[in-house]
Design a binder for this molecule. Structure first.
Ligand code: MRU
Length: 340
């Protein structure tokens, strides 16, 4: 595997290391990832998260294991275990399926490692294209809003929605971004805010329930979010709370965009109802845990409901910003519209 460093993972020639996002923004700990069970645990506890990033991390580990001499059968088993680590983000499945095709077809492990490198490089390039397409929509001086984390911690590159926002900032468009804190795991308040600080993007963190008031006061010009899976009809799954933002945006006539690479599209999935939604543990709802410590505020006896994602219907989307271009509702009837 070639040496590389992204915002959330690196390979130093010997060890595959993953930045532990559960401890950000206060501690930057890199976790060693040497085998499949370690990576599954790292993915499930969201030490690495974000649809593109988990797909790339899983592919990179397969590339490293191929170099270490695992047999075809062992690699295919490893691929199946990694593919099942989280259910909603289709990038993981798409990337693993691509790796499996190469594992099955090739008798030379260097092709498998090369494929992982190609997927890594491709994700960086897809992010760049999305950022360019999306930034071209933003006018100087606009106030934007984003949800969850979709930057260099969620991809191998500049990001999806946060990539668009960052590119507009790099183009000196004098933008400002409202960062939804994103309960329950605070991917906005901890991770997007940290990336905005590092990238110099002007921002303020808000609690998720403040977005409506800002829209009513005309303080939000556009909303950009990422996605974990886009169905063929344009419905999409993203971090819980995205659907409420889309409904609010529709009521207040604020343009609402989903930004994702083509690896997030699931052509087999005809509509959002069919997207599997991950349910997570009640601890995440009953309290918080991170670099700041742990506490529980809810009664032990209370039960919880904790879906990690929701589905936004296509009718609420102004445009789908993909690496292949910017698509609107008029494009949806076209066969394989996401390929441009
Ligand atoms: O549970 P997470 O933190 O993995 O959820 C991440 C999101 O919902 C992101 O918006 C999505 O993966 C797109 S990231 C480029």
């Amino acid at each position: 595997m070639k040496l590389f460093t992204t915002g959330c993972m690196k390979f130093d020639g010997n060890t595959f290391l993953i930045l532990d996002q559960t401890q950000l923004p206060h501690q930057e700990n890199w976790l060693k990832c040497e085998n499949v069970s370690q990576l599954v645990e790292i993915i499930q506890k969201l030490a690495i998260r974000g649809a593109p990033a988990i797909g790339i991390a899983a592919s990179v580990l397969l590339g490293i294991l191929a170099e270490k001499g695992l047999t075809k059968e062992q690699l295919l088993d490893a691929a199946d275990t990694l593919r099942a680590a989280r259910p909603t983000a289709v990038n993981l499945m798409n990337n693993i399926d691509q790796m499996k095709r190469v594992i099955i077809d090739s008798d030379d492990s260097s092709y498998i490692t090369k494929e992982a490198e190609t997927l890594l490089d491709e994700d960086i390039q897809l992010c760049g294209s999305m950022a360019d397409h999306g930034a071209s929509i933003i006018h100087p001086g606009e106030k934007l809003l984003t949800h969850c984390n979709t930057g260099g911690l969620a991809t191998a590159g500049i990001g999806t929605a946060l990539g668009v926002i960052t590119r507009a900032h790099e183009q000196k468009k004098d933008i400002f971004v409202w960062v939804d804190e994103t309960r329950p795991l605070l991917q906005g308040g901890r991770l997007t805010a940290w990336e905005c600080v590092n990238r110099g993007v002007p921002h303020k963190i808000i609690c998720d329930n403040m977005a409506a008031m800002l829209m009513a006061k005309g303080q939000v010009d556009r909303i950009f979010v990422g996605s974990d899976r886009i169905a063929a009809n344009g419905d999409f799954a993203n971090k819980i709370g995205t659907y409420s933002l889309a409904v609010l945006a529709n009521y207040h006539k604020v343009p609402f965009y989903v930004v994702a690479p083509k690896t997030t599209v699931d052509p087999e999935c005809s509509s959002g109802d069919l997207i599997p939604i991950e349910q997570r543990s009640s601890d995440e709802i009953k309290g918080v845990s991170g670099s700041f410590g742990s506490c529980q505020w809810a009664p032990n006896e209370s039960d919880t409901f904790n879906p990690a994602f929701d589905v936004t219907p296509a009718e609420l989307v102004t445009a789908w910003i993909l690496d292949t271009g910017v698509f609107t509702k008029q494009d949806l009837p076209k066969q394989s519209w996401w390929l441009g």
